[in-house]
Design a protein around this ligand. Structure first.
Ligand SMILES: C[S@@+](CC[C@H](N)C(=O)[O-])C[C@H]1O[C@@H](n2cnc3c(N)ncnc32)[C@H](O)[C@@H]1O
Length: 307
């Protein structure tokens, strides 16, 4: 959790407030019955902090038959966990790294995590046979001058970099519109040195716009949920650790499923509830966002809803 959220008095949930692996697997399987789900992502918080998370991946893969299981992680525990995750059926990891400068990265993560630790995690994942992508959240005046060094570095390494516009998820990060470097500005910076051209999305609802460096097969992605929102094609359902379904990253509340999982509700009733929430969704916060609406909305923190 970021330093703005986590402190000595942080009210951790008790173990029985969290969904068990069996409950997560049952709920996920019911989602696959309710709709045509093709991809799962385990995120957080830090998903590798959950003990034996590889067993959850194994259970999910067996029960849902979904092959495309990915994880977003800070990468720190990957040297220890990568082989176990691969064996369990994880396909790829997205590792978060916002800077190649130790001091700056330490300030951004607020946890004293060093750049080398994260790079070692990425390499361990690649050695274990996992696909590796890198997420860089770009903040104007903080790390925007690192776009080119990061691009060059990860192009050489062969890991696809994704530049993410700084978003106002949650209420704790003190977001201002002025802190956002837009997709257009990012492209301008890259084009000056390594011209890129857009390429077609791999599937409907892909959040990153993909670009190819002209004259090569190397790619870079840009996620532009502030300057060029993609609410209309968003097809993500997020389940929090205590069993709430969120239909938007900028949601203010979710729908509880833990109660139904624990009160003996039949599969059909849970599927019915999934349909009714999904069919009612009309979220389009990113399209309507202004600095004022951002300030006045009590959004769920990113560390809770998972990015
Ligand atoms: C909330 S983190 C959770 C997973 C894991 N702990 C990690 O560090 O990757 C998921 C992703 O959200 C992205 N993220 C965090 N804060 C963000 C913000 N304010 N705007 C845009 N993306 C953000 C980061 O790129 C990160 O890769």
């Amino acid at each position: 959790m970021p330093k703005e959220v986590f402190g000595p008095d942080y009210p951790f949930l008790k173990k029985d407030e969290l969904l068990s692996f069996e409950e997560i697997t049952r709920l996920t399987t019911l989602f696959t019955k309710a709709s045509s789900i093709e991809k799962l992502r385990i995120t957080g918080g830090e998903p590798l902090m959950r003990k034996d998370v590889d067993q959850l991946i194994d259970q999910l893969r067996r029960a849902t038959k979904i092959d495309d299981i990915a994880m977003t992680t800070n990468g720190v525990m990957l040297p220890k966990m990568a082989s176990r995750l691969k064996e369990a059926g994880l396909k790829r990891v997205t590792v978060s790294l916002d800077s190649l400068n130790d001091k700056r990265f330490g300030e951004i993560n607020g946890r004293g995590i060093g750049v080398d630790q994260v790079l070692k995690g990425m390499d361990a994942a690649a050695e274990a046979g996992l696909g590796v992508k890198v997420n860089m959240v770009v903040q104007k005046g903080v790390n925007d001058h690192e776009i080119l060094p990061m691009t060059t570095f990860f192009r050489k390494k062969g890991y696809t970099l994704r530049l993410i516009e700084y978003m106002d998820v949650g209420t704790s990060n003190g977001w201002r519109l002025n802190d956002v470097l837009t997709k257009r500005e990012m492209i301008e910076k890259i084009n000056q040195v390594m011209p890129i051209q857009p390429i077609a999305p791999r599937y409907e609802g892909e959040v990153a716009t993909r670009y190819r460096f002209i004259g090569s097969d190397d790619e870079i992605g840009i996620i532009s949920s502030v300057s060029d929102a993609f609410c209309a094609s968003c097809n993500r359902a997020r389940i929090s650790v205590e069993g709430k379904l969120y239909t938007c990253l900028f949601a203010t509340k979710g729908t509880d499923f833990k109660q139904m999982l624990r009160d003996g509700s039949a599969d059909e009733d849970i599927i019915y509830q999934i349909h009714s929430v999904w069919n009612r969704r009309d979220d389009q916060y990113s399209i309507e966002r202004t600095e004022e609406s951002s300030r006045n909305r009590e959004k769920i923190e990113m560390s809770h809803i998972g990015g």
